[in-house]
Write a protein of this length. Structure first.
Length: 452
């Protein structure tokens, strides 16, 4: 079977980076059940007078239940439960065809495919090649990648990462056509598919700095850099507030319409003035007439870009900023700002629409530093990035740290002994896990911001 699987992997040359998936499907198709001879012929029970042969039927029963397996009501209950053994029946040949196509595409075989396979089973590898070129196979692969790379995102976790509330994140998602959370989850799956479709080494899932992103995600990544928080959750210096002195945010719904180009242009008199297409609730108008500054202004600007205005959610819905085209995923390279270079401002929507790179303070590389992975596995001052490091191992290797079988020698110098004392049950894992988590700890605060 190993030789056959290897041959099939080479045969699917056009999709060689996904040949393992087609081969896996063929392995599933080969399996037709376990032919248990003991079950098929009645097993040992038939030979010793148990239920299949039944000494009770041969000798008229055993009143004292001495056979321990009869069904005469006098035994100790350790025998059979009266259910009839079901004989083994191998699946028909066409079952393998159905398994393979369902695994790869979610579709049943056509009548022509079934007829061809029954006449010549060796045609199956060619069918696999054809199925792996269909849109259904891409959909199936994306679903699998989404689960494999653990990019699932919840409003609760994203709110903690962004420094807001789940209710406001849910409003941002809903007012964006329910595309915000979904696109973050889909981002790395699409990145992996792009790697495979362009025949690049699959190891790029670890090393890539080019991700499939949309403009809203570019805004979120830039905002994390603009509003950084330390390990204790307190504010760190914001480069935006330092660069744009007097940063002030307000909304307007009367007078002349403010074009978005002016809202996002630092040189405009209307910089950070957001126009509302609809009049806000009367109970909110007085408060909304005021502007905000400092860290509150950063958060207000960020949420306004996702149609959530300052104050209560009932106040109304802010103007649409992102077009349908802005929500489309495309390759964007993330790089760290050079010395003296400003990162991309989170409000530079016009620039993001045409940019093929995003400049950040934080370093983003591979599946384990994406927004989706980081939000899915939040850290804190207790686990201190250990959860991220461990989950990265599980995704990348299918392995986790085993205290009974440690495989990386370490002298314990980087272990936080306040968290795991030498000799404690936790220490054997920590002495190998802690050096690995340090790669993340030196790059990000526990709040997910770039570490200064």
């Amino acid at each position: 079977m190993k030789t056959r699987t290897r041959e099939l992997g080479h045969h699917a040359a056009a999709q060689q980076r996904l040949a393992w998936l087609g081969a896996l499907a063929l392995v599933a198709g080969c399996y037709q059940g376990i032919d248990d001879a003991a079950h098929a012929d009645g097993g040992d029970d038939a030979a010793d007078g148990g239920p299949a042969g039944g000494s009770a039927s041969a000798d008229g029963g055993d009143s004292d239940g001495a056979d321990g397996g009869g069904d005469d009501g006098a035994d100790d209950g350790a025998g059979d439960d009266g259910e009839t053994e079901v004989p083994f029946e191998p699946l028909p040949p066409e079952a393998a065809l159905a398994k393979v196509k369902d695994f790869l595409t979610g579709l049943p075989p056509t009548s022509n495919e079934q007829a061809s396979y029954l006449a010549q089973p060796q045609t199956l590898p060619g069918m696999v090649d054809a199925w792996m070129k269909t849109p259904e196979f891409q959909t199936r692969s994306l679903e699998m990648f989404d689960q494999l790379f653990q990019q699932q995102v919840s409003a609760e976790n994203l709110a903690e990462m962004m420094g807001t509330t789940p209710g406001r994140i849910n409003a941002m998602n809903t007012r964006g056509g329910a595309r915000l959370l979904r696109s973050i989850s889909d981002s790395f799956s699409a990145t992996v598919w792009d790697i495979v479709a362009n025949d690049r080494p699959f190891t790029e899932i670890l090393t890539t700095r080019t991700f499939m992103l949309n403009v809203p995600q570019m805004v979120m990544l830039s905002y994390i850099d603009a509003d950084p928080r330390g390990d204790d959750g307190k504010d760190l210096p914001s480069w935006v507030l330092q660069r744009y002195a007097g940063f002030e945010v307000g909304v307007r719904w009367t007078g002349n319409v403010i074009p978005q180009g002016q809202t996002f242009n630092p040189d405009s008199a209307n910089f950070m003035r957001f126009w509302l297409d609809t009049t806000p609730d009367a109970s909110c108008q007085t408060a909304l007439g005021n502007t905000t500054t400092g860290r509150n202004a950063l958060l207000d600007a960020f949420e306004l870009m996702f149609r959530v205005m300052p104050g209560l959610l009932k106040c109304g819905t802010a103007t649409e900023i992102f077009s349908d085209a802005d929500w489309q995923l495309r390759p964007v390279t993330l790089r760290v700002a050079d010395a003296g270079e400003d990162p991309t401002a989170f409000f530079d929507v016009p620039g993001m629409r045409t940019a093929d790179e995003l400049v950040l303070h934080s370093d983003r590389v591979g599946y384990f530093t994406t927004l989706g992975f980081s939000v899915n596995w939040l850290t804190n001052d207790s686990n201190q990035h250990r959860v991220n490091a461990n989950q990265a191992l599980i995704v990348g290797l299918g392995r986790t740290f085993d205290p009974e079988n440690v495989f990386v020698p370490a002298d314990g110098a980087t272990v936080d002994e306040g968290h795991a004392e030498p000799g404690s049950p936790c220490y054997s894992c920590h002495k190998d896990l802690d050096p690995l988590r340090d790669f993340l700890r030196q790059s990000y605060t526990y709040a997910g911001s770039p570490r200064p």
